[in-house]
Ligand binder design. Structure first.
Ligand code: UD1
Ligand code: MG
Length: 464
């Protein structure tokens, strides 16, 4: 059975009070619409159609970039005359057979299993609605059933509902699955003769009923799946619920979170056994933590792999961006350390406070414990890189590499002007500015010689 997915994302989102289209606002680091597209991409549909309108160009270009490998189709709805009018715009790109699943771009946490259950309930010849009972159904379309409570007769929008109908607490979530050919026929017959002067998609329910097409209802696994976002407060509320659910999943796997209410995951986090994560840490993109990893409070870690037994002390920032960042097993990082893209640390490396490492490899046991910069460097085993030392890797036009052999000792406050190589076992005297290669095994010092002047007098204050 061919499946078409239509995602409505043309609405303005006035209550967001933002210049950005509502569906581009982020939940867990990803645009709400991207959540819906990503989730429904797992359903093996023949086509995914996104209805855009408000801020259409921005929405389309951001989604094309986010799903570059996927043949998304965009259909414009201008002006926006209601949900029925929105789906009408997709009619020309929908086939005449199969099932169409309709979703909202501002309801980001819908799960693939629930969407699939809705498609299954449609069976190709039923109209299936996703409904839920809410303690406070205000604002939602109500599900009107017959006296037996079995048959769904129609959906009445809140603004059009009678006081009795407003007592109904089963509501329409905005998601349905319909036989495409029938849906097209029903859409052609919509009118805007209602309280809001809009073409309501929900009017197709009464048409199905009149045509003798069975109308069935399915329910989500969890209420959070059908919560839509209309305001910053609702977005923040959904974010916290989602974060709590992610935290619970990790804790079920054995991850110890100091406080699940102070944990943020904006991407995927894979954890080994006996991982401890202190409060206020943010994980972004793809992050992998090995066994026995400890993450201190207030760390931000993005696109990185942390090896077994590594300890990341508080306030450390690790950002692998597109190159990734690797921390080897048993390494100690931070507090207040910064690892940037292409930082590849082997086992038992020590990086201390206010040390920045970018596009550099550090071999086993290398240490940079205080106030230092390593950029575009290859650092050998057991190197000790002194406080305040830096690689001058940029000549104003190009980047150059610094190669530091095994067992090198770089004293404090050195400047290594790249390209430069320090041979194995070299020692660099503190305060040196090294612009030429330093031979292995020798002490190299490059600074003004120290002199002491005997008989020198300190200037005296002149008296007036
Ligand atoms: C809709 C349903 C209501 C349901 C509620 C669930 C209708 C008529 N009503 O109401 O029964 O309880 O969702 O949240 O369908 N959109 C467009 N173009 C338009 C109008 C809307 O693309 O012209 C998009 C919006 O961007 C949004 C979705 O459709 O993603 C729903 O629109 P919204 O205005 O929020 O519908 P509700 O009035 O909430
Ligand atoms: Mg709405």
């Amino acid at each position: 059975m061919s499946l078409s997915i239509v995602i409505m994302a043309a609405g303005k989102g006035t209550r967001m009070k933002s210049s950005r289209p509502k569906v581009l606002h982020k939940l867990a680091g990803q645009a709400m619409l991207a959540h819906v597209i990503g989730t429904t991409s797992t359903l093996s549909a023949q086509r995914q159609v996104v209805i855009t309108g408000h801020g259409a160009e921005m929405v389309e270009s951001e989604m094309r970039a986010a799903f570059a490998q996927q043949p998304l189709q965009f259909v414009r709805q201008e002006p926006q005359l209601g949900t029925g009018h929105a789906v009408q715009q997709a009619v020309p790109v929908l086939p005449d057979e199969g099932v169409t699943l309709i979703l909202n771009g501002d309801t980001p946490l819908i799960e693939a299993g629930t969407a699939q259950a809705l498609v299954d309930a449609c069976r190709g010849d039923h109209l299936a609605l996703l409904t839920i009972r809410l303690p406070d159904p205000t604002g939602y379309g109500r599900i009107v059933r017959d006296a037996s409570g079995v048959k769904v007769l129609g959906i009445v929008e809140h603004k059009d509902a009678t006081p009795e109908q407003r007592e109904i607490n089963e509501v329409y979530t905005g998601m349905m699955a319909a036989p495409t050919a029938m849906l097209k026929r029903w859409l052609a017959r919509l009118t805007n003769n209602n309280a809001q002067g809009e073409y309501y998609l929900t009017d197709v329910v009464a048409m199905a009923q009149a045509d003798g097409v069975p109308v069935v209802a399915a329910q989500p696994r969890d209420e959070v799946e059908v919560l839509g976002v209309n305001s910053p407060a609702q977005l923040a509320d959904l974010e916290r619920r989602h974060q709590r659910a992610q935290a619970n999943k990790l804790m079920e796997q054995g991850v110890r979170l100091a406080d699940p209410a102070r944990f943020d995951l904006r991407g995927q986090l894979q954890c080994g056994q006996d991982v401890d994560i202190d409060v206020n840490c943010i994980f972004e993109g793809q992050v992998r933590l090995g066994n026995n990893v400890q993450i201190g409070a207030h760390c931000v870690i993005r696109n990185a792999v942390i090896g077994d037994g590594a300890v990341i002390h508080p306030f450390t920032h690790i950002d692998g961006d597109t190159l990734g960042a690797t921390v080897g097993a048993g390494s100690l990082i931070g507090p207040f350390a910064r690892l940037r893209p292409g930082a590849e640390l082997a086992e038992e490396v020590h990086i201390g406070n206010f040390v920045e490492v970018k596009n550099s490899t550090m071999a086993k046991g290398a240490k940079a414990n205080h106030l230092a910069y390593l950029g575009d460097a290859t650092v050998g085993e057991r190197v000790n890189y002194g406080a305040g030392s830096i690689t001058a890797n940029y000549d104003g036009a190009n980047k150059h590499r610094t190669v530091i052999g095994n067992d090198v000792h770089v004293g404090s406050n050195c400047v290594l002007i790249a390209p430069v190589t320090l041979g194995d076992g070299a020692t660099i005297g503190g305060g040196s500015t090294i612009s030429k290669d330093a031979p292995a095994g020798q002490l190299t010092v490059a600074r003004a010689k120290q002199v002491s002047l005997a008989g020198w007098q300190r200037p005296q204050k002149t008296k007036r």
